[in-house]
Design a protein around this ligand. Structure first.
Ligand code: T5A
Length: 230
């Protein structure tokens, strides 16, 4: 079976990385197929260098919006060809921190570059690879930025003004409305344990529907165990 690409999206501090790691750990305990994690920018060696260029606050030059867009596209083109496609072809389930919707939300809605141009560039950079499922962790940017500030030094994009992050959130809202089958909204202002449980339930349903039978069996076993505790 070809693998599955499952993406976690949202504004800064929404809890994507936290939930992605938890979902990966759980899926590995449930499935025999490889469960991999990756991120954009920075999922390849070249991507890690692009990531430092894009996020380092010590950049001497202010990065122009179109230059920024093209750097994210270059990172994606490399990531898709070198990492995502080969591993999906081997049947892996890949959980990816950000993908094409981030470019539409940040460079499209946030920077206000032309959406049609970004869609075209996304198609080129992704080589037509679209996610099977996208979790959108939706959070008020004021809360997200507060979480980031408490954690430590914010990166270049995290330092953008609040109205930029509000536009990004509105972008995600529009994308979710336009792709209701693929993008699932989660209220990220929820305890991490509750979110984790919600994500497990959705993954179980979606992956069972896609034919992951061993998953269903394992899940039933675990479900009975949990159920009998109550
Ligand atoms: N970008 C990216 C673009 O502009 N265009 C693109 O095309 C792409 C691909 C990437 C930047 O690049 C931009 C978007 C970004 O600005 P990044 O460092 O990867 O930079 O940024 P993020 O992906 O936003 O990573 P963050 O770490 O900032 O946010 P996460 O992953 O959403 O949040 P997480 O899990 O690290 O948690 C943040 C803090 O909140 C706490 C955690 O403990 C942590 O301290 N937390 C919670 N607190 C309360 N309740 C919960 N449920 C919590 N969950 C986590």
């Amino acid at each position: 079976m070809a693998g599955q690409l499952i993406v976690f999206e949202g504004i800064e501090g929404a809890g994507k990385t936290t939930q992605l790691q938890r979902a990966a750990t759980w899926l590995r305990s449930q499935l025999t197929v490889p469960v991999l994690t990756s991120r954009e920018p920075g999922g390849t060696f070249l991507g890690q260098q692009l990531r430092s260029l894009l996020l380092d606050v010590r950049q001497q030059d202010e990065i122009e919006p179109r230059a920024e867009l093209l750097l994210y596209a270059a990172d994606r083109a490399q990531h898709v060809e070198q990492y995502l496609k080969p591993n999906l072809a081997q049947g892996a389930i890949i959980l990816c921190d950000r993908y094409t919707d981030s470019t539409l939300a940040y460079q499209g809605y946030g920077r206000q570059l032309e959406l049609g141009l970004i869609e075209h560039l996304n198609a080129i950079a992704s080589g037509g690879l679209t996610p099977n499922l996208t979790f959108w962790l939706d959070l008020d940017p004021e809360i997200g930025l507060q979480r980031i500030t408490e954690r430590g030094a914010p990166n270049r994009l995290e330092q953008e003004a609040l109205d930029f992050h509000q536009r990004v959130r509105e972008g995600y809202m529009t994308l979710a409305q336009n792709h209701p089958q693929r993008i699932i909204r989660l209220d990220a202002n929820t305890a991490a344990d509750d979110l984790e449980q919600e994500i497990r339930t959705i993954l179980q349903t979606r992956l069972s529907e896609t034919g992951y039978e061993s998953f269903s069996k394992n899940f039933s076993k675990n479900f009975s165990k949990n159920f009998s505790k109550n």
